[in-house]
Design a protein around this ligand. Structure first.
Ligand code: NAP
Length: 337
């Protein structure tokens, strides 16, 4: 009987995810001659591809567009030699090095080091009516769907930066924007709040939770919301044509669940102040590991750290192998915590 050939491709550094963390890791890893491969996932460019104006990414005096910024990062990563692959990681075996990752296309990768930069996705309220009206008046992306609400009345749910930015963005199209928030203060940055409060098209409804999304049974879509007052539990209904859910993000860590330690909310655990997971050679960078800062620039910084750490580990192992041949098991001890 013939031996079945293992069609897996060996790489020194595999990067999963193509947001600011993944692309920055790719740039640094490529310049460290690790010949990185980036598996870009479902949304190459990540969350910034559904963001319009970006005015807090350093280096640009003018407001820039999120999708444009991500195109630039992709082009830069490719320019320095990273291979960008459009595929989705569906399984990972991190039990030994090299780590084995399997993609949706069937492709298999054997990675000496792995940088997980899979980011985070928008969270939903979890109501049955929310699912029923998705695409029929319920959205989690004003930049994608705002255009359809020209002259309409819309609601934004949430009280963070995303909610306030989405509300401001929607004023370009909608006749009115109502922000529904479950508490009596926002957690969004002051400058964004000031813009929101000053906008004549925007009203805020404090201390209100969405109990139900109301709509026509004939598929015509959303017609309003039933709200529950979070102070006294009373209900009221308001009319609207669309509702944008902007209540935060959940990390895309499922494919690694059970193999890497996670923290509350599913964020991958890293050693404080580093991007090192408990598995030697596996690093986590950006929103998949960061529930505190969650900025494009901090994700990029973490991607840089991860690539530098991967390069350092591989260089140490190469050095040891050259001077005293070691097994992978021994190599796995280097830098372990
Ligand atoms: P966030 O800061 O976590 O805010 C989520 C908001 O949704 C909070 O106000 C929260 O209410 C509310 N919420 C959560 N679950 C809810 C539920 N089940 N029902 C009703 N309301 C709910 O998330 P984000 O606004 O998406 O921002 C995520 C991160 O990205 C933050 O670090 C943010 O600063 C950053 N970001 C930055 C920019 C920028 O700098 N321009 C833009 C967008 C996002 P409570 O306040 O009551 O908890």
């Amino acid at each position: 009987m013939g031996v079945v050939a293992d069609a897996a491709t060996n790489v020194r550094c595999l990067i999963v995810g193509a947001g600011p963390a993944g692309y920055t890791a790719a740039v640094y890893a490529a310049r460290a001659m690790l010949h990185p491969v980036v598996i870009r996932g479902l949304t190459p460019g990540g969350q910034l591809t559904i963001t319009a104006d970006v005015e807090n990414y350093p280096g640009f005096a003018e407001v820039i567009q999120g999708p444009w910024l991500m195109d630039q990062m992709a082009a830069q990563a490719a320019h320095v030699g990273a291979r960008l692959i459009d595929d989705i990681v569906v399984a990972a075996d991190l039990s030994r090095r090299p780590f084995r990752l399997t993609c949706d296309s069937g492709a298999q990768w054997l990675a000496e080091t792995l940088i997980i930069a899979t980011g985070a996705q928008a969270k939903w309220l979890g109501l049955e009516s929310e699912r029923r009206f998705q695409g029929l008046g319920v959205s989690a992306c004003a930049t994608c769907d705002g255009f359809f609400y020209r002259g309409k009345d819309v609601v934004v749910v949430g009280g963070g930066n995303t909610a306030v930015e989405e509300a401001l963005f929607l004023t370009r199209f909608a006749a009115s924007v109502t922000v529904v928030h479950r508490r009596d203060e926002f957690r969004a940055e002051r400058i964004l709040q000031d813009r929101l409060f000053a906008h004549p098209k925007i009203t805020v409804m404090w201390n209100q939770a969405v109990d139900e999304i109301l709509g026509a049974a004939d598929g015509a879509g959303v017609t309003g919301l039933r709200l529950r007052d979070t102070r006294d539990g009373s209900y009221r209904e308001i009319a609207c044509d669309g509702v944008f859910i902007a209540i935060g993000h959940a990390p895309a860590s499922e494919v690694f669940a059970g193999q890497l330690e996670t923290r509350a909310g599913g964020y991958l655990a890293v050693r404080p102040g580093t991007v090192s997971t408990a598995i030697n050679g596996v690093f986590a960078a950006g929103d998949v590991a960061d529930d505190v800062y969650r900025q494009a620039v901090t994700a990029a910084g973490m991607g840089c750290m991860a690539a530098l750490e991967a390069a350092r580990l591989l260089a140490e192992e190469d050095h040891l192998r050259a001077h005293h041949p070691i097994t992978h098991a021994e190599a796995a001890q280097i830098g372990a915590w």
